[in-house]
Design a binder for this molecule. Structure first.
Ligand code: RET
Length: 276
């Protein structure tokens, strides 16, 4: 084994406590994680209080889906802050940091697989969409997160990192299509178009920030440091999860009647067949 490969092996097999030390010595990175843990804790308590009075099962379903967003988030951030879901990756030739061991908080991409479908489930229920459309949005979203994780983890080829990034973007386009084209019409029919319009805009604009950040961050072109990238994701998370969920829950609590009248589409596969 050459000296270079010995060093790489040592670092790549860093223990969790070594990774933790590295995280804790990077104030920018560490603070980006702990701020979100604290915020998620407060938000969970707030959402429990906001949902206490809900009675209809549909409003409760939206509430549980929304609650799961900060619940997944707090678990995700504790995983990152403890070093459990962070590792060192040696970037392949062609990457701006080729040959260097880069700290990769890969747990983020993994846990988005659980949090983002909850956001879409809540939005789909609010729009009173049909089962096929909801299934499409959620499965495309899971595809986006998993291929995004693959893009971040591949160290054998620089090209294949970007190929996976491209596949993830293709899944993302399908999610955007559902959000921008299909669900607004459903929300109009369900009488929820005003709040849906606000949340759709918030979601689309903020979600577009994630692939941009990935491309600029240490996993992509490495124009931003690990700490700055992490703060970028944390900032987007605060708006795309907590602010989004707060607006949604506040509206549901104040308009439970509208929400509980919906529910004709899910499980029906769409419009009822015409009588003949
Ligand atoms: C990646 C990189 C590959 C290309 C694309 C991405 C999109 C990620 C998105 C994430 C949204 C996350 C949210 C998390 C809340 O918990 C994986 C960054 C398209 C849109 C809202």
């Amino acid at each position: 084994m050459t000296a270079a490969s010995t060093t790489a092996t040592t670092v790549l097999q860093a223990t969790q406590s070594e990774v933790l030390q590295e995280i804790q010595s990077n104030v920018l990175l560490n603070s980006s994680l702990w701020v979100n843990i604290a915020l998620a804790g407060v938000v969970i308590l707030l959402f429990v209080a906001m949902g206490r009075e809900l009675e209809s099962s549909r409003a409760k379903l939206i509430w549980v889906a929304t609650m799961l967003v900060p619940l997944v988030s707090i678990s995700s951030y504790v995983g990152l802050a403890s070093g459990l879901t962070v590792g060192f990756l040696q970037m392949p030739p062609g990457h701006a940091l080729a040959g260097q061991e880069v700290l990769s908080p890969w747990g983020r991409y993994l846990t988005w697989t659980f949090s983002t479908p909850m956001i879409l489930l809540a939005l789909g229920l609010l729009a009173d969409t049909d089962m096929a459309s909801l299934f499409t949005a959620i499965t495309m979203d899971i595809g986006m997160c998993i291929t995004g994780l693959a893009a971040a983890l591949i160290t054998s080829s620089h090209l294949l990192r970007w190929v996976f990034y491209g596949i993830s973007c293709a899944f993302f386009v399908a999610v955007l299509y559902v959000l921008l084209v299909e669900w607004p019409a459903d929300a109009q029919a369900a009488g929820t178009s005003e709040i849906f319009g606000t949340l759709k805009l918030l979601t689309v604009v903020l979600w577009l920030g994630y692939p941009i950040l990935w491309a600029l961050g240490s996993e992509g072109l490495a124009l931003l440091s690990v700490g700055v990238t992490s703060w970028g994701y944390s900032g987007l998370d605060i708006l795309a999860k907590y602010v989004f969920a707060f607006l949604l829950l506040r509206w549901v609590a104040a308009n439970e009647g509208t929400v509980s009248q919906a529910g004709t589409n899910i499980g029906s596969g769409g419009a009822a067949p015409a009588d003949d």
